[in-house]
Structures are given as structure tokens and as C-alpha cells.
Design a protein around this ligand. Sequence first.
Ligand code: BEZ
Length: 318
Amino acid sequence: MFRSLALAAIALSIPLAVCAQPFRLGLITPPTHQWTKTAQEISQEIAQGTEGRLQIMVMPSGQLGNEARILQQVQTGAVDFAFLTGGEFANRDPDYGVFYAPYLVSNTQEAAQILQGGVAHTLLDRLDGFGLKGLGWGMAGMRQIVMSGPIETRDDLRGKRIRTVPLAPEMAFWSELGAAPTPMPLPALYDAFANGQIDGMQIDHESTWTAGYWRNAKVVLNSNHMIFPMLAVASQRSWAKISPEDQTRITAIMERELAQMNTAYARIDADNLAELRQAGVDVRNVDRDWFGAAVDRWYAAWRQKAPLLTVLEQEINE
Ligand code: BEZ
């Protein structure tokens, strides 16, 4: 671990003596995933921008545990930064579930826009209540559906074990469709799909291609049915130890890198979809109508549970 820090310091021409105890940033995505690549870029920029005074060691692939465990450690200050899906937050405060509304937006550009809006800011500020400092919103590509068997209509989804993130609004969508939502964290997914523990999954094209889920897929439904936001956070305890000048530097770097990543997802989604098609995967386009009344039922239930959903819908329609 310290050898790799030393190598990073040499690569960045930073005197080793300057490097204090490094901060740690935890996340569950593997090194090939864009979230991890962005975290690495942020780490390098912060080292360069602070002449090596601040180092952030990126710990991918759930090395620090699942998201519940990472969140717990960030809250206590045992881990300093994290990139987290909305799962742990939405399960505690339904307002964090509003971005998982099906067909809320139609593409990644619109998704990136709403993650800069008023509701996004309100939820970022509300992270104080979790002992966190919110640094910005990221996202992965649009959610798609990868199935191990043939699917023609939504009725073919009935009773199927569909992997979701352990996240109430995602699970609710699959329950509305009559499927059996099966919550499962990302690192467990390849084996579960390969050995038939699940019949399908809700995921994005990037992971489907780069993690190789497509190898066990019969059909991919190019549904673009949901966005998948990410929260970049710092531990309030760790944040308080950083000087105001360095806090400003970190915030600016995070904002810039997250905005670049969110913009890049239009290309990332398109490139990975093209790879899937080229590999001969049976990719079918489906839209909101294909899911029938399940989408409207989801909205009816979640407008009651999450007051910010109506505010978000107004924001989008303005
Ligand atoms: C997922 O669990 O589906 C996931 C998590 C992080 C990034 C992308 C996908």
C-alpha cells in the first residue's frame, strides 16, 4: 500500500517527506469502472494541487466493505471520502429515492442537468444529518435490463428474480412489475448471474460490457428506464481537519471532475452498447409504454413517500 503511494509520489515528482498520512476514499466499483477512474483522477489532481500535502488513496471494489460498512466508517471518520450509490440514504430517507423515478428523464444529458438542480442541492446539504459533507453528485449510465432467458413482453418478467441494488425505490419498481426483486451488491453480481441464482439484473451498459455479464445474457433490454446517481461525500470529522483553502481546492476539483464524468456518460453508454451489439448480444429497445401501468403506480406510491418527488417533477417541467 505504502509502496504504491511512494510510486505515485515519484510519478508526480512529490518529495516523499511531504506526504502526510493519506486519506482514504472507499467505493464499490472495480478499477475498470468510470467511478473508480474518476476517483483516481481526483486523487492525482488533489496531490498536484496541494504539492503533495494531501494524498487520497482510492480503495475500489468494496475493499473497505459493502456500502453500509463504508458509510459507517465515513461517519466515524475511519474512512475520509466515499463515492456511494443512493442506496443507504434512500433506505433511511425516502427523499433520496426521488432520482430513481422510472422515466424521470430520457437520457444522460438530462440526468446530468437535474443532478445540478435545486432538489439535488437540497439533498446534498441534508447529508449534514448523516455526519457527512456532500461534495457533489455523480452518476453511472442509464439503467438497463440484462436477462439470462428470452423476454418478449413485460409479462415474461413476472416471478423472475431480478437483481437490484439494495435500494427501496428500485425494488419497488420490480415489485410493481410482478417480478421478485433480489437485492445484491455489485461485487456479488457476476457469480450470481453465472450460476443462475438470479434470472436477470438491473444494471448499466458499462458494467454489462466491462464486467462481462453479457457472456451469460440471452437478451439485453435497452430500456434507459432510470438514472443511477452517486453521492461524493467526505467525513465531517476528516473535513474539519482540512484547512479552508484546501477544502476550497478539493471542492473545486470534485465539482469539475464529477461534471466531466456525468457529461461523459452519453459516450460511455453509447460505446458500451455498441460493443454489446458487435459481440452479437440480442439487444432490444423498450420504452415506458412497454412497462405498462407499473410506472404510474410507482409514481403514485412514491409521491406519498417522498415529498421531494413532486418538487423534482416541477423542476423538470419548468
Ligand atoms: C450497481 O450496483 O448496479 C452499480 C453500482 C455502482 C455503479 C454502477 C452500478
